[in-house]
Write a protein that binds this ligand. Structure first.
Ligand SMILES: [Zn+2]
Length: 286
């Protein structure tokens, strides 16, 4: 007889959206983990319509939402928190202390960014997650482990390991079929991002939910998700070394990753990296 999985994992993906400042924002995930009687949400999405749909999916599980875990302090991963806490007043928003601090330090700037980028379709958020005591969340008796891995698209970044089903909800430590955001970090950070992916891989998960993914892609293609994320960072490092300008870097990366969504993330990353490289070259001659 088949025993049912002790925890059900459902990924809700927001569609790609046009930004008010030009360009597009990548599809983003939130993950609902549900057990016999309880549910835990990982990350919250950001646009009012998406968060509404996410709330409906949580209600559809029929389980009690106890905890909303935030992987890292980016607007697309925690700005739905206030609306969800209103909808599920018995739930608690939590993150590791370093992530709470990271959110707190940038919170007012993040509120401004949400208004400018999404022109009223994003939720405002006036609350922060609470700092966790320890690193464990209990879901119907199963331990979920919050693990700080360090660098991803920003630092500090964390993942949530769900050993009962060999799953990792990875925030932006990994991407799946979407151009990665490398504009918020530099050449010294990129090898550390690869090391963060190594830490995730060492958990030997069978399922890895990426923070940004092509909605139709599966969450168990570890070659695409885990190796793919490392390969993308290494390719960007290699191609940047040879690129004459940002346009050439974008073209080379698009050749190497022709099926990746959202060139805006690549263009922004390439512009930032080439500018930094040119500043470094000028600084080196002085
Ligand atoms: Zn993100």
């Amino acid at each position: 007889m088949l025993t049912p999985a002790p925890i059900n994992l459902e990924v809700v993906v927001s569609p790609m959206v046009d930004l008010a400042i030009g360009g597009q924002f990548s599809p983003t995930t939130a993950t609902i983990l549900s057990g016999a009687t309880e549910a835990v949400l990982v990350d919250t999405l950001l646009l009012a319509d998406d968060v509404e749909r996410l709330g409906e999916r949580i209600e559809a599980t029929g389980k009690q939402l106890t905890t909303i875990y935030i992987t890292h302090a980016h607007v697309d991963h925690y700005f739905g928190l206030e609306a969800l806490l209103e909808r599920f007043p018995d739930a608690r928003g939590v993150a590791l202390p370093s992530v709470v601090e990271s959110a707190r330090s940038a919170h007012e700037a993040t509120r401004e960014q949400a208004k400018q980028w999404f022109a009223g379709s994003a939720l405002d958020c006036t609350v922060l997650p609470d700092a966790m005591d320890g690193e464990t969340i209990i879901l119907d008796g199963h331990e979920l482990h919050a693990i700080e891995v360090g660098q991803a698209d920003i630092a500090p970044s964390t993942i949530l390991h769900v050993p009962a089903i060999d799953a990792v909800v990875a925030g932006d430590v990994v991407y799946n079929g979407v151009h990665q955001m490398l504009a918020l970090s530099g050449p010294d950070d990129w090898p550390r991002w690869i090391e963060s992916v190594d830490k995730l891989a060492a958990l030997n998960p069978k399922v890895v939910v990426a923070g940004h993914k092509r909605p139709e892609l599966p969450d168990d293609d570890l070659a695409a998700i885990v190796d793919g994320t490392r390969d993308y960072i290494q390719a960007f490092i290699d191609e940047l070394a040879d690129a004459e300008n940002a346009r050439a870097l974008v073209a080379r990366m698009q050749q190497r990753f022709p099926d990746h969504m959202n060139p805006t993330a690549l263009i922004v990353s390439a512009n930032a990296a080439v500018k930094r490289k040119q500043r470094g070259a000028v600084g080196g001659e002085a």
